[in-house]
Design a protein around this ligand. Structure first.
Ligand SMILES: Nc1ncnc2c1ncn2[C@@H]1O[C@H](COP(=O)(O)OP(=O)(O)OP(=O)(O)O)[C@@H](O)[C@H]1O
Ligand SMILES: [Mg+2]
Length: 207
């Protein structure tokens, strides 16, 4: 367990270049697009498609993907509720820094617990934490199973797998919900457009 809030005798150092200066430079507003949902629901697909779309519009974004972060920053953490909470806490803090840097930070993680997601929301200024819920049925995610993890979880070879023998708490007040239309998942470009339209409407794509 990492030590949190144990440092004493620390002071906040102000710098003369601030968030507003950086936003002006980048011609955009820093924010966090937090994509949550079951494994296989399309979080990484949306994150990458959105990142590509923003790039083509000359907007600076960065994807914090749960799997990738577990290769480095979070490689000492597992999947117990406590480790998941610490995993999300660290990503929330990094996302906050990236948003302060002026970037559109796209975080794609299962982040199954409402309390952990809400703690990350509380780190960000009002309205700049945009929660995107990949509302895909478990059956669809399980049928996709691109990593073969559902199969292993069903066989009891992975314990504590979200949606199988570990909970997923759906968001209660997310900003954006991506769900199947007429029984079909919208193509990645449509999912990304839904988020882009939101960012545009709320003024994040201008300084
Ligand atoms: N909109 C979509 N239409 C069709 N297929 C999709 C769509 N979104 C994702 N997929 C496919 O579903 C699979 C799972 O998607 P993805 O890897 O993005 O899920 P994930 O939520 O990031 O899962 P994990 O939590 O395990 O990382 C992939 O094979 C991907 O190509
Ligand atoms: Mg993924």
């Amino acid at each position: 367990m990492a030590s949190v809030g144990k440092s004493t005798n620390i002071f906040w150092q102000e710098c003369s270049v601030g968030k507003l200066d950086r936003q002006k430079l980048l011609k955009q507003k820093g924010c966090v697009v937090w994509i949550t949902g079951l494994s296989g629901s399309g979080k990484s697909t949306l994150a990458c498609t959105l990142g590509r779309e923003l790039h083509s519009r000359e907007k600076l974004s960065y994807v914090l993907d749960g799997d990738n972060l577990r290769h480095g920053l979070n490689k000492n953490l597992g999947f117990t509720a406590e480790d998941r909470a610490e995993n999300i806490r660290r990503v929330g803090e990094v996302a906050k820094l990236f948003a302060d840097a002026g970037l559109i930070c796209i975080a794609s993680l299962i982040s199954p617990y409402r309390r952990d997601r809400d703690s990350c929301r509380a780190l960000l200024p009002d309205a700049s934490f945009i929660e995107v819920f990949m509302n895909m049925p478990l059956e669809l995610c399980e049928a996709r199973d691109p990593k073969g993890l559902y199969k292993l979880a069903r066989a009891g070879k992975i314990k504590g797998f979200t949606g199988i023998d570990d909970p997923y708490e759906r968001p209660l007040n997310c900003e954006i919900e991506i769900k199947p239309e007429n029984g079909f998942c919208p193509p990645p470009s449509d999912m990304a457009r839904q988020v882009l339209t939101y960012l545009e409407d709320k003024g994040f794509l201008q300084e």
